[in-house]
Design a protein around this ligand. Structure first.
Ligand SMILES: O=C(O)CCC(=O)C(=O)O
Ligand SMILES: [Fe+2]
Length: 399
């Protein structure tokens, strides 16, 4: 009887959560909430233990008193809502393409499943400038170039997005400083690789109410780990449907924990590059978003990513390396290719596990020498560099 009940629990949890968008009745844990006030008085030391512990147990936490202006956040929220309210034909004019990872889309695949949402991606690496036209060659790079709505339609969109992007990037960098100290290296260790060199992008998400009854009920986003270093996520205060699985929970005990946002908070999570750099001290947790039959939801993650040419390797001070070198531009290109077309199993940090001898470990060097990171990604042109089905690629990787 007992064993039977236990066996049923995971299925019950999944269906209850999917139907109601509410946390599982069986889960009481919640991700840590960290008060960042010490950063406002430049006292990162006061936060090191909390941040390091949150990154290693959950890889997920919320921050309050983070210093980002509430008025800027409200202005940003308003522009995000106005954007998704634009007529579909206007959004179609900004549609992401195989040659430009930036823009609007309603057909993203996560783990090869279609997400129940619309998205809009905006890029501004440290080396690029808001005041140059988006199509200027100096503002183009591997992730493409921005496609903003016409200023006549949304005159405040671009300046508000630019101000928000810069502010949230600064917040990401401050947290990266504390994360570095938590690993016993200098505060600017990650900043040196990120602050003046990052290739970050901002994603606006809109999850419309889901009218498909299922089964299976579609997910807003299927379970995934974020690829980059750190994500700073603005969650919807009204519709709570982001869930995380605590790293290390076994499949049998798996439980999805809903992250209910604190007022004016940001939700932070570490990505695959933080996991590799920290030699597995910090975890990139699996998370997902449920759909909701009645309520729309908005969210906006800023993906704080290293420069495309960064070779991410475990910090030597953290013991025997558990990963081989991972070239961020290659990892990102593989993920984008997978968003756009079915390229088979999505690339993961585990593909770079020491001694795995995976195809990616070999192939990334070839991509690195042949791809041009100053030009937009080219799905057709890069196919032979990204797909193991190409004979030429297999030969170069040693079969
Ligand atoms: O919408 C959310 O809360 C999370 C979005 C997310 O995980 C992502 O875009 O990678
Ligand atoms: Fe995510």
């Amino acid at each position: 009887m007992r064993a039977g009940k236990r066996a049923l629990r995971p299925a019950m949890r999944a269906s209850r959560a999917l139907l109601s968008g509410q946390p599982s009745a069986f889960s009481s844990a919640s991700v840590p909430v960290i008060d960042l006030s010490p950063l406002q008085r430049d006292d990162p030391v006061a936060l090191v233990d909390q941040v390091a512990s949150a990154c290693s147990t959950w890889g997920f936490f919320q921050v309050v008193n983070h210093g980002l202006d509430d008025n800027l956040r409200s202005a940003f929220d308003e522009q995000q809502r106005l954007f998704f309210n634009l007529p579909t034909d206007v959004k179609e004019g900004m549609r992401r393409s195989p040659n430009n990872a930036m823009g609007w889309y309603d057909n993203e695949l996560t783990k090869r499943r279609r997400d129940w949402k619309q998205g809009f991606d905006i890029t501004m690496p440290a080396s690029r400038k808001w005041d140059l036209p988006d199509t200027h060659p100096d503002n183009q790079h591997l992730d493409g170039f921005n496609q903003f709505p016409p200023a006549e339609l949304l005159p405040d969109f671009r300046p508000t997005i630019a101000a928000y992007f810069d502010a949230v990037t600064l917040l990401a960098d401050q947290i990266a400083g504390v994360m570095a100290m938590g690993l016993g290296v200098s505060r600017d260790f990650f900043s040196k690789q990120l602050r003046h060199r990052h290739s970050s992008y901002l994603r606006l998400n809109w999850y419309p109410p889901c009218d498909e009854p299922g089964p299976p009920v579609p997910l807003g986003i299927s379970p995934h780990r974020d690829a980059g270093f750190l994500t700073v996520l603005a969650q919807d205060p009204d519709c709570h449907s982001l869930q995380v699985r605590r790293p290390g929970s076994s499949e049998a005990d798996a439980d999805w924990i809903t992250v209910h946002p604190e007022p004016s908070s940001f939700t932070i999570n570490t990505g695959d590059m933080a996991q590799i750099w920290s030699n597995n001290r910090y975890q990139a947790p699996e998370h997902r978003v449920l759909s909701n039959p009645a309520q729309a939801r908005y969210s906006a993650p800023l993906f704080y990513n290293p420069a495309f040419d960064t070779a991410v390797t475990p910090l030597p001070s953290l013991g025997a390396p558990e990963y081989d070198e991972c070239l961020w531009g290659y990892f990102r290109a593989q993920r984008f290719a997978g968003d756009f077309a079915d390229y088979g199993v999505e690339i993961q940090a585990s593909d770079f596990a020491s001694g795995s001898g995976s195809w990616h470990v070999h192939n990334q060097r070839r991509f690195f020498s042949e791809a041009d990171f100053e030009k937009p990604f080219d799905l057709t042109g890069y196919r032979r560099l990204l797909s193991p089905t190409s004979d030429e690629t297999q030969r170069s990787a040693g079969g």
